[in-house]
Design a protein around this ligand. Structure first.
Ligand SMILES: [Zn+2]
Length: 404
């Protein structure tokens, strides 16, 4: 063993090799810091006096299957310049950790191929140490996402625990990077993002969101000049929910009224050819009544297809004409659910048609959402919300094995 091997094998530089011990299968290198390299950690002055020290042990990369430790008496110094009395900085380890930078690097390298559990077992160290190493790495790389280049973003919420806990995610639509993860799903979840965005000086042109009042309010307040684009799939999803409500409502009506009898056996009638309907058994009349009862649902189904067409037009003018036709027709049906939805569309028409200025959606967030779901299934995230948040911020780039 030599000082130069310390450098080449363990990236430990500026320390002197003292001795090697083999204790219970572990290899322990004692090293020391030369007196002439003592330096004040506060001001950097070399005009310092030694004031004792503290013996510390650092885990470093293994040699074969042997765990290797570095033992160092970390000097304490009193600075003649600034008066500080403190431990000197350690060149080969981050503050307050018990492992070297080379160990950290090696654990991160393994993390690309193995789970936290695998890495911890392989290195003979606790799960938490590996998690902390990953967390510090994520913090360094993704903890403060750059925002100044942002032009088009999408905002959406994801549920992290069976509909109870939510995170609000902001995505850079140009790079696909997650640039904010906020707790909750209301406007509050974005406050920190607006603050950082303002400081960054970014000029946001367009924002894709759903039609929830909280996001609309937040965006119009904090980005008054940005174009708000309501996400197509959220509009359709909302319509589908209303459609299901209508179906249930109609079903309930038929269940407790006279109409139940009318619908009885009509499925069979629907399948019959009209010329085969038996007039003596009132089949033509029964079919007509059944169709009348089902008419609201049929109309609503039909209008769903038409609704999709709003996003398939050649230009905004055609889309606007179609939207207005849709609203007029829906209102003329006399179906309450369609009336209410027309109102929603009317109120949000500008943001729906804004798709023709910025063809953006929250769709790219779905891909991120799926990755988050995979991550969550692996159990580790929720125990440490900050770790989960960092994993999400790095989700487009990190190559850690997904499982915990
Ligand atoms: Zn000093």
């Amino acid at each position: 063993m030599s000082t130069s091997l310390l450098y080449h094998a363990f990236a430990v530089r500026g320390y002197r090799y003292v001795k090697t011990e083999y204790i219970e299968g572990e290899v322990i290198f004692t090293i020391e810091q030369p007196r002439e390299s003592y330096q004040c950690p506060a001001c950097g002055s070399k005009d310092v006096m030694g004031r004792g020290g503290k013996r510390r042990r650092f885990r470093t990369v293994s040699i074969g299957g042997k765990l290797v430790y570095l033992v160092l008496m970390v000097p304490r110094v009193e600075c003649r310049c600034c008066g500080a009395v403190r431990q000197v900085k350690i060149a080969f380890a981050d503050p307050r950790v018990t492992y070297t930078k080379s160990f950290q690097q090696y654990a991160l390298e393994l993390s690309r191929y193995m789970t936290i559990k695998d890495v911890a077992e392989h290195l003979g160290i606790s799960w938490d140490v590996i998690k902390d190493i990953q967390k510090a790495d994520l913090q360094r790389r993704f903890g403060r996402p750059k925002l100044s280049h942002l032009r088009q973003i999408a905002i959406d919420e994801i549920s992290t625990a069976k509909g109870h806990r939510y995170l609000t995610i902001v995505l850079d639509l140009e790079s696909g990077a997650v640039v904010h993860v906020g707790q909750g799903k209301g406007g509050d979840a974005l406050l920190d993002f607006w603050k950082r965005l303002r400081r960054s000086g970014a000029k946001i042109e367009a924002v894709a969101t759903d039609m929830s009042p909280a996001y609309i309010d937040a965006v119009t307040t904090h980005l008054p000049d940005a174009v708000l684009v309501f996400d197509r799939f959220h509009v359709i999803k909302l319509y589908n929910e209303k459609l299901s409500d209508l179906r249930r409502e109609l079903h309930r009506m038929t269940k407790d009224g006279l109409e139940k009898d009318v619908l009885k056996g009509t499925r069979w009638l629907l399948l019959k050819r009209p010329e085969n309907l038996d007039a003596s058994r009132r089949e033509p009349q029964r079919l007509e009544e059944a169709l009348r009862l089902n008419a609201p649902l049929a109309t609503a189904y039909y209008l769903k297809e038409e609704l999709n067409e709003i996003w398939e037009q050649d230009d905004e003018e055609a889309a606007q004409a179609l939207l207005m036709d849709w609203i007029t027709y829906a209102e003329s049906t006399g179906i309450r659910m369609l009336h209410q939805f027309s109102r929603t569309l009317r109120i949000h028409a500008t943001g729906i048609l804004a798709y023709y200025d910025y063809a953006i959606s929250t769709g790219p967030l779905e891909g991120t959402n799926n990755k988050i779901k995979t991550m969550k299934r692996q159990a580790y995230g929720l125990r440490d919300p900050e770790f989960l948040k960092l994993k999400i911020l790095g989700i487009h780039e990190t190559k850690y094995a997904l499982v915990g």
